[in-house]
Every structure is written in structure tokens, then in C-alpha cells.
Design a protein around this ligand. Structure first.
Ligand SMILES: Nc1nc2c(ncn2[C@@H]2O[C@H](COP(=O)(O)OP(=O)(O)OP(=O)(O)O)[C@@H](O)[C@H]2O)c(=O)[nH]1
Length: 599
């Protein structure tokens, strides 16, 4: 056990790509926590997808021993947090477990939207903050400008900001010294009942559920019985340990320390993040303020391309959900797509990550239906229905009104692109709330309907600003608007998976755009195919796909048999990715692409 005065607990907050993981790697390396020969890039990002995409998804923890210039030995606990908006809730919970933050800003870029969102969470959690200007090895680095920006925009003192290159290692020693001298030691009482915060939990195939804890008071020991206060369940602690970053068992953890326990817990769902863990007898009476559980905000359907893989899909989803309490699902049947699951996510990145994992780790090809938000449908009889799937929209004659979720979006963008950003937000039914300048960058705040954002807003924003804008959002609440369900009929058959909720004023434009897109996406068949968009029984847009005699081998005169066979095989493989609707094959990509808007 380490005495409180020699512990420092901190997290690193940054905008995506500003170098948080690289900095963490250097801190670990400089202190000899991991031997050089075991060092690999982005050590804390353990999942394949994280590595490939270079983003941090799950918060990770590492305990670092550091002997400071004053000769004293310190224990530094770093909790690495994700940077993407979808995972903001993970940032907020890990923030409560530590006392300070390193604020990493890329000195070639400056403050971005997620820098702001994350640093405000650190400020909310009462953190002391050490600004770190990273990437000083690059010629475009401009520390003075960025330090000034940190002071102007965030309002914290940046005069002692540390200048670092996480790449070359320059400034890493100063960073470690600053953690020890500028961040506060944790507080806590040793002779008190155990009070530990459940910071995070995940499933491990060998050890069962691993629970990351921060000890507030008392001691957590191997062999003791503990109580999870939110549901009064008792558990026998069979392991206590710390991450270096590999697991290392210890006998006990005391106040201020961060580590893990295992207790033969089978499911992540049995552990509630933010819960208080105490002794089973004579425990603490007062629980810590719980965190709010993460609520899924985006829903979509997952259907196997090959319907015989439904059970495999169920298995994959079950396994993934065991380890991700924020991912929800229920079975869904679609007239067009057969059996599948309606799944809930924290945002689009979360959706993509789960979809990729199912396709890659479980080797199941999926049809993903259009993402939708949760609408509140108020019926004339006073009942309120939460609509997760536009296909389930009740009979409109019984509906009194519909409310949709809205967000407060903050966008930082260089001046020259401001006009395009304002247009994009306006086109998405946004209401401008604020517009301010920090140097040559503008910060705009918009009130936007979430459903206009979940789909491709972020992609559009990136493309109209050549990647220079940054974006962050918070849910604000529900408001009423004129929303209707738009259905799509292909060859006179409704395709439920293509139903969407749209604003009445935009329905016609959307319907037209969608029919045109589908016309390009659906291959021609031997017969004519009408493609229609309709509201209620009323058709609002129509396209016709003309007929074709499809003989792919016709071109192969000369009678090269292998070439012919190859072409036919190719056609067969292409077919696998299609689903039949009545007599029409619709390719998988149509379900997403048809809904992308061009403005
Ligand atoms: N030249 C230079 N490149 C750096 C430095 N620090 C990080 N990078 C590079 O910047 C990119 C992003 O770094 P990461 O550490 O992955 O960024 P991050 O903030 O952890 O990103 P997320 O985990 O996705 O939030 C990587 O390509 C790094 O190699 C630096 O000091 N100098």
C-alpha cells in the first residue's frame, strides 16, 4: 500500500489524434514500466479495431512507479480515456476516479471541439489541470499561439504549459515532474469502512468480469466479502491487483489507489458503473454519487445476409453485450429481411465498432438498416410510445403529436469554411445559438435535431471543411415537430427496413433523393421495377428502373470457358450480398447509401 502523499491519479484529455495514446506510451516507457523490448506502439490500445483505426475505445489504466527529482518514490495511476464523442460517458466516469488531468493539445492544430468537451468534464470533476503542448517536433508547431488560445478559449493558465514531443520523447521528464508537483495527492481515510468506486468493468475469458476500482476509504483485500451497494449483492473477492499495464496481483489496495478485483462475477451487466463497493458487514452507510448509466441514442437493425447465420449472430451479439453494458439489443423480424436484432448504441462510431467486430471476429456478413433515434410518439389516448424503429410507427390517425431528440452541437472551424458549415446546419433544420471567434477560428453552437446528425452529418462536415472542423454534441431534450413516416416501395412491395422518419416539409425532397439513389443502387432486372416513396398511402416520389436482359457472359465471345465460369462465380458472390424483396434483389449497401443526403 502506498501512502496518500506519494500517489498521483490522473487522466489525459485531448481531442482525437492530438497524441494522447502516444504520450501515455512515452510516460510508460520513460519510467521503465515496460521494458523497451516489450514496447509496442499504443500499448494501451489493446483491441484490434483500436489499433487499426488508431482510436481509443475502452478506458485503460496503468500504474507507473516514478522516482522524482526530489528523490521520493511516487505511484502514478493513469487512466486513459477515449476521445470520441460517442464515448463521452466513459470520459466522465473515469474523471471522477482521479484528481488531475493532463490537457494535451496538438501545437500544430490548437484547441478543438473535443478538447473543449473533455476539458470541461475535467473542470466539472474539480481536476487540477496541466496543459501539455504536443508535437513540438513538427515544423508547423506554434506553442505561443496555442497557449494563448488555451487561455482565451478555455480560460486556464497556460503560462507553464509543457512543450512535448510524444514522438521523440522531448519534454516527457518535465511532464512527469509536473504531475508530481502540480497535481494534488488523493485524500482518504485508512481506518474507515471500505468505500470503493466501481469505475469500469469488462469481461475476460479466463477471469470472468474484471472490475476496475478506485479506493476512497478503507482497504480492499483478497479473500474479503464485499457488497455492491446499488443492488445489495455480495461477492467474495478472489483477486486484487493493479495494471502495469499487465495484471499484477497484490494483497490489498488502500485509499487513493486504483486497481482491480475479480469475484467470480459472470456478466458485466451485474456490475453498475458508478456503484459503491463496501464491506459486507459494518460497511459504509453513504454511497458515492452514482453516475448516470449510458443510454443508447441510436438504433438500427442487424440482419444476417445469410439467414441461416441467425443463431451465430445471436451468439456474437450475446457475447459482445456481455462486455459492453451500453450496447442493447432485442430480436426483430422484418418482412423483408427476416430475423435479426434491433440494437441500441451510444452513437455512430459505437455502431460501426460493434458491426465491424461482428463481421470480423465472428465472420458474419450483416445487413445494417438505417440508424434511427428514439422518437416519443404521443397517442390521442394519452399514452406515450418510445419509437425505436420507424417500421413500428403506429397508425397516424391515432397519433396526437411526435417529439424528437435535439442536441446542442459545438463546431470549431477555420473562418474560410464557416459559410459552408452554417449552410449545412441550416439544411439540417438547425437553429443557431451562438457564434464567436478565437483567432482565425469560429466557434458555432447549433441546436439541431439528433436524427439529422446521426446519419452522415459528421462525414458531410468533414468534407465541406476539408477535415478542418471539429464537432461535439450533447443531448438537450425532446421537442415537438411535424414528423411523418416515409415508406419505400420497391416493385410495389414495402421494404420496411428502408422506412424513415422525416420532417413533413422535407419529405418530398428526401423521397425523391432516395428513389433516385435506389435506382442507381439496385441492379437492373429482367422486368421493370417501380421505386416509390410514400407517406401513409400517398406516393410522393417515383422512379422506374428499366428492364434488362442480364447476360454477363454475352461479352465473352470466343468461348473461353474459364473466363465465363469466373464471371458467373463473381455474379454468384455478388448475389450473396443481396437480399430478395419479392422478386427484386437489393444490395446490402442500398440500406445505408439510400439514406445519405447530399446536403
Ligand atoms: N510528429 C509527431 N507526431 C505525433 C506526436 N504525438 C503523436 N503523434 C502522432 O499523432 C497521431 C495521433 O496520435 P495518438 O496518440 O494516436 O492520438 P490520440 O489522441 O491518442 O488519439 P485517440 O486515442 O484516437 O484519441 C499518431 O499518428 C501519432 O504517431 C508527436 O509528438 N509528434
Amino acid at each position: 500500500m502506498t501512502d496518500l502523499a506519494h500517489i498521483r491519479n490522473f487522466s489525459i484529455v485531448a481531442h482525437i489524434d492530438h497524441g494522447k495514446s502516444t504520450l501515455a506510451d512515452r510516460l510508460i516507457q520513460e519510467t521503465g514500466t515496460v521494458k523497451d523490448r516489450d514496447m509496442k506502439e499504443q500499448l494501451l490500445d489493446s483491441m484490434d479495431i483500436e489499433r487499426e483505426r488508431g482510436i481509443t475505445i475502452k478506458a485503460n489504466t496503468v500504474r507507473i512507479d516514478y522516482t522524482a527529482d526530489n528523490g521520493e518514490a511516487y505511484v502514478l495511476n493513469l487512466i486513459d480515456t477515449p476521445g470520441h464523442v460517442d464515448f463521452a460517458y466513459e470520459v466522465s466516469r473515469s474523471m471522477r476516479a482521479v484528481e488531475g488531468s493532463l490537457l494535451v493539445v496538438d501545437s500544430t492544430q490548437g484547441v478543438e471541439a473535443q478538447t473543449l468537451a473533455n476539458v470541461y468534464q475535467a473542470i466539472d470533476a474539480d481536476h487540477d489541470i496541466v496543459p501539455v503542448l504536443n508535437k513540438i517536433d513538427l515544423p508547423a508547431s506554434d506553442c505561443d499561439r496555442v497557449a494563448e488560445q488555451i487561455e482565451d478559449v478555455i480560460g486556464i493558465d497556460a503560462s507553464e504549459a509543457i512543450q512535448v514531443s510524444a514522438k521523440t520523447g522531448q519534454g516527457i521528464h518535465e511532464t512527469l515532474e509536473s504531475i508530481v508537483t502540480h497535481l494534488p495527492a488523493p485524500q482518504g481515510t485508512l481506518d474507515a469502512p471500505l468505500k470503493a468506486m466501481l469505475v469500469d468493468s469488462w469481461y475476460d475469458a479466463y477471469l470472468g468480469v474484471i472490475v476496475l476500482v478506485r479506493i476512497m476509504d478503507g482497504t480492499l483485500k483478497k479473500g474479503m466479502r464485499v457488497k455492491f451497494m446499488s443492488n445489495n449483492t455480495l461477492h467474495h473477492v478472489d483477486r486484487v491487483g493493479v495494471f502495469r499495464p499487465e495484471m499484477e496481483m497484490v494483497d490489498s489496495l488502500g485509499p487513493g489507489e486504483i486497481g482491480f478485483l475479480t469475484a467470480s462475477i459472470k456478466q458485466v451487466r451485474d456490475t453498475r458503473v458508478g456503484d459503491t463497493i463496501t464491506n459486507d458487514r459494518n460497511g459504509t452507510e453513504i454511497a458515492l454519487d452514482g453516475f448516470k448509466p449510458a443510454q443508447p441514442v441510436v438504433f438500427c437493425g442487424f440482419f444476417p445476409v445469410d439467414s441461416s447465420e441467425f443463431e451465430d449472430l445471436r451468439d456474437a451479439i450475446d457475447k459482445l453485450a456481455l462486455n459492453d453494458a451500453s450496447f442493447s439489443f432485442e430480436m426483430e423480424t422484418s418482412a423483408a429481411l427476416g430475423f435479426g436484432f434491433r440494437c441500441g448504441f451510444l452513437g455512430l462510431l459505437h455502431l460501426e465498432v460493434i458491426r465491424d467486430r461482428i463481421e470480423r471476429e465472428y465472420d458474419i456478413e450483416l445487413i445494417t438498416t438505417a440508424p434511427s433515434v428514439i422518437y416519443h410518439v404521443y397517442m390521442k389516448d394519452g399514452e406515450m410510445i418510445e419509437l425505436h424503429n420507424p417500421a413500428d410507427m403506429p397508425d397516424p390517425s391515432k397519433v396526437d403529436h411526435i417529439e424528437e431528440p435535439r442536441i446542442k452541437a459545438t463546431i470549431l472551424v477555420p473562418d474560410e469554411f464557416l459559410g459552408d458549415v452554417l449552410k449545412l446546419c441550416q439544411d439540417r433544420r438547425g437553429i443557431q445559438m451562438d457564434l464567436t471567434y478565437a483567432g482565425s477560428r469560429a466557434m458555432v453552437v447549433y441546436d439541431l435535431p439528433l436524427n439529422e446528425v446521426v446519419f452522415d452529418f459528421y462525414d458531410r462536415l468533414k468534407s465541406v471543411t476539408k477535415g478542418y472542423a471539429s464537432f461535439d454534441y450533447q443531448m438537450t431534450g425532446y421537442t415537438e415537430d411535424a414528423l411523418v413516416k416515409m415508406s419505400v416501395l420497391v416493385n410495389d412491395e414495402p421494404v420496411d427496413a428502408l422506412s424513415t422518419m422525416v420532417h413533413r416539409d422535407r419529405a418530398e425532397m428526401r423521397g425523391r433523393a432516395m428513389c433516385e439513389k435506389l435506382k442507381d443502387l439496385i441492379p437492373r432486372h429482367m422486368f421493370k421495377i417501380p421505386i416509390q416513396a410514400a407517406i401513409g398511402g400517398k406516393v410522393i416520389a417515383r422512379e422506374t428502373l428499366s428492364a434488362l436482359r442480364k447476360d454477363v457472359t454475352a461479352k465473352c465471345y470466343g468461348g473461353d470457358a474459364t473466363r465465363k465460369r469466373k464471371l458467373l462465380d463473381k455474379q454468384k458472390a455478388g448475389k450473396k450480398k443481396m437480399r430478395q424483396f419479392g422478386k427484386v434483389d437489393i444490395p446490402q449497401e442500398a440500406f445505408i447509401s439510400a439514406l445519405k443526403m447530399d446536403s
